[in-house]
Each structure stands twice: as structure tokens, then as C-alpha cells.
Design a protein around this ligand. Structure first.
Ligand SMILES: NC(=O)c1ccc[n+]([C@@H]2O[C@H](COP(=O)([O-])OP(=O)(O)OC[C@H]3O[C@@H](n4cnc5c(N)ncnc54)[C@H](OP(=O)(O)O)[C@@H]3O)[C@@H](O)[C@H]2O)c1
Length: 329
């Protein structure tokens, strides 16, 4: 049960439409989960320096590559330039840190994780002022950072480069000033936050879109509750329309949420560390949603951002902050 469906980028690179997300997975969890995921047929892995688990992922990849169980060209590895280290002079050294941890010679896609920058403590954690507010660095310069990202492609260290959490205005500015176009945009996207104008813009510009938090990121919901934020966040897998469609196909609500994203022309990276759920999330290519079902799911949009970064008090003061419900600014 592999994923034999791909998104082809403008530069000819092919990304499997279904990958494994790895945020909020400890080293131990991700090692076991990744073994199970690779066994199940996953070849696309989404990580980031900020997730703190690139080293554990690298260990598993090395085991698989050394044993000849998978060829490097069969893997699709994505990682990201963190918000604490996205100043132009930090790009190369930060990228090389990820590459070293992953034990690879190149990655397939390197993304600028966020369009804003914050200061970090010595240990890499996000710096806060005496009032507990995140210390933002407003000097973020997308064009200058992008020029450094382009050098990574020229050196053969990444096949493609892209953006994450950028809005239309920010992407347009990169497009107006680039030598190498962004191949991919990674954004929160699910039935309750569809960001249609952003996606239409990317489609028109030939930028492939990847949906993160496709299942409604219960992990972030729990994190937010733990940090004292109270808000009602619906569980997408409990939406009656989703459950009805799932029952009609003998599938689970999660499988319907994922298949819908792929049917609308995007790729997606659900996270699970549970082997049975990992297999379930990949087992979505043996059924098709009807046009009417796709439209019913499109009609659920509420512009409801779940992963809003509200746990990082003060971060919204950055001039390039985009995690607002009004995503296009
Ligand atoms: N670029 C960015 O800024 C950004 C931001 C957020 C996320 N991401 C990426 O996108 C990935 C996915 O997003 P996410 O982790 O926020 O959330 P998500 O994939 O929407 O949801 C993950 C949660 O759903 C559970 N789950 C997974 N499969 C399930 C199934 N079949 N049935 C029921 N529950 C299921 C997982 O629990 P179990 O593990 O227990 O199965 C986990 O709690 C991340 O891991 C990360 O790689 C990127």
C-alpha cells in the first residue's frame, strides 16, 4: 500500500501527495512511527528543525538506506528553516544543521517555516521579555532570505525551495524578486479553514500547495488548553457531514478528510505515531468521493484557524504575522 500519486512541481520534481507529519513526536515515538510508516509504504516525510526530531528521523533513514530497503530517490524529504534562524546570514548554516541531522546529502524540499522572525535563547527556545511576551525581530527581509535559499538549490543541497504560512502579498513579493520560483506553499488547510483565494493564487502561479493539520491538529488543541487558552475547537472527525460520507464509503472520517484534500489537487501530511492510524491514513486510494460529496465538504468552510500560535503571546506583534483568521491580511 504505497502512495503512487504525485504532485508535479513547475521544475519537474514529483512530491507524493500523502506524507507523514512529524510535529510533536518525540525521538522515541518518531523512530517507531517512522519504521512503521516506511513499512506501510510512506515515502514522503515532513519535518522541521523546530520539531527537534530530525536526528531520530535521520537514524531511521540511514538504517533503511544502508540496508538497501529503500533508495534515496524513492524518498521525499521536506524540512524547514525555523522562525528563530531565518535571517539571510543564518540560512546556509541552519540548512546544513538539518542536513547533518538527517544524515542526507540533499533534501527534496526546503521551506521557510514562517514569514516572521523571533529572537531565540542560547538553547534555541523562543525568547520572551519580562512580561512573558515573545520578542519579535521585525527586521525580517523575505527577498534577502529567499536569495540565500536559492543558493541551496544552486549548490545541489535541495531540489526545490518553498514557503510556509506566507500570504498572497508576501508570496507575490518573493515572486517579483526571485531567480528561482517557490515550488510549494505549506499552509493550514482542512474543511474548516480552506483558504480558497490563497490556493487559487498558488494554482495560477504554478505553486503546489501542501495542507498541514488536515485532521484538525488535536495535538495543538491540547497544547493550547495546557497553556490556559480556552476556546471551543471542533473535532473535524466528528462533523456529521464527514461522518455520513465516511459511512457511505465504509471509510473513517480521517480518510474522508484526507481524500478530499487530495481530490482538490493538494498534497497533505497527516501526523500519527500510531501504526494502525498511519496505515489507515495511507489507505485512501481505493475509493473516490463523488462530485456532490466534494462540494458538501467545500461548503463546510468557516475560516476557522486552529493552529493560531496564540500560545506564543506577543508573536502577533510582528509586522509579517499571518496566523490570523483573516489569512490574506
Ligand atoms: N508548516 C507549519 O507551520 C506546520 C504547522 C503545523 C503542522 N505542520 C506539519 O503538518 C503535520 C500535520 O499536522 P498536525 O500534526 O498539526 O495535525 P493533524 O495531522 O491534523 O492531526 C494529528 C493528530 O491527529 C491524530 N490522528 C492521526 N491520524 C488519525 C486517524 N486516522 N484517526 C484519528 N486521529 C488521528 C494524531 O494522533 P496519533 O499520533 O495518536 O495518531 C494527532 O493527534 C505536522 O505533524 C507537521 O509535520 C506544519
Amino acid at each position: 500500500m504505497a502512495c503512487n500519486k504525485f504532485l508535479t512541481f513547475y521544475n519537474g520534481e514529483k512530491m507524493p501527495v500523502l506524507g507523514i507529519g512529524t510535529w510533536q513526536a518525540s525521538d522515541e515515538e518518531i523512530e517507531t512511527a517512522l519504521e512503521a510508516a516506511l513499512e506501510a509504504g510512506y515515502r514522503h516525510i515532513d519535518t522541521a528543525l523546530r520539531y527537534g526530531n530530525e536526528g531520530a528521523i535521520g537514524k531511521v533513514l540511514k538504517r533503511w538506506l544502508d540496508a538497501g530497503k529503500v533508495k534515496r530517490e524513492e524518498l521525499y524529504i521536506v524540512t524547514k528553516l525555523p522562525l528563530t534562524l531565518n535571517r539571510p546570514h543564518e540560512v546556509e548554516s541552519t540548512f546544513k544543521k538539518s542536513l547533518g541531522l538527517l544524515q542526507l546529502d540533499y533534501v527534496d524540499l526546503y521551506l521557510i517555516h514562517t514569514p516572521f522572525t523571533v529572537f531565540a535563547n542560547e538553547d534555541g527556545s523562543i525568547k520572551k521579555d519580562k512580561d512573558g511576551l515573545v520578542m519579535v525581530d521585525p527586521t525580517t527581509d523575505h527577498v534577502a532570505t529567499w536569495a540565500e535559499m536559492e543558493k541551496l538549490v544552486e549548490k545541489g543541497w535541495t531540489k526545490s525551495i518553498g514557503l510556509s504560512n506566507f500570504n498572497i502579498k508576501q508570496i507575490q513579493r518573493v515572486l517579483n524578486n526571485c531567480k528561482i520560483r517557490p515550488a510549494n506553499l505549506q499552509i493550514e488547510h482542512h474543511v474548516y479553514l480552506q483558504q480558497r483565494d490563497l490556493i487559487d493564487f498558488c494554482k495560477a502561479e504554478n505553486i503546489a500547495v501542501t495542507a498541514f493539520s488536515p485532521l484538525g491538529t488535536r495535538g495543538y488543541v491540547n497544547l493550547s488548553a495546557k497553556s490556559g487558552i480556552t476556546r471551543e475547537v471542533p473535532n473535524l472527525m466528528e462533523i456529521p457531514e464527514v461522518k455520513e460520507i465516511a459511512a457511505a464509503h465504509g471509510k473513517t472520517p480521517a480518510q474522508v478528510l484526507l481524500r478530499w484534500i487530495i481530490d482538490t489537487g493538494l498534497s497533505t501530511i497527516p501526523k500519527s505515531t500510531n501504526p494502525a492510524r498511519l496505515r489507515q491514513n495511507l489507505d485512501i486510494f481505493d475509493f473516490e468521493l463523488t462530485k456532490e460529496e466534494v462540494n458538501r465538504l467545500l461548503a463546510l468552510d468557516r475560516n476557522f484557524r486552529i493552529c493560531d500560535l496564540a500560545i506564543f503571546h506577543g508573536i502577533e506583534r510582528h509586522p509579517e504575522f499571518t496566523f490570523k483568521n483573516q489569512y490574506t491580511n
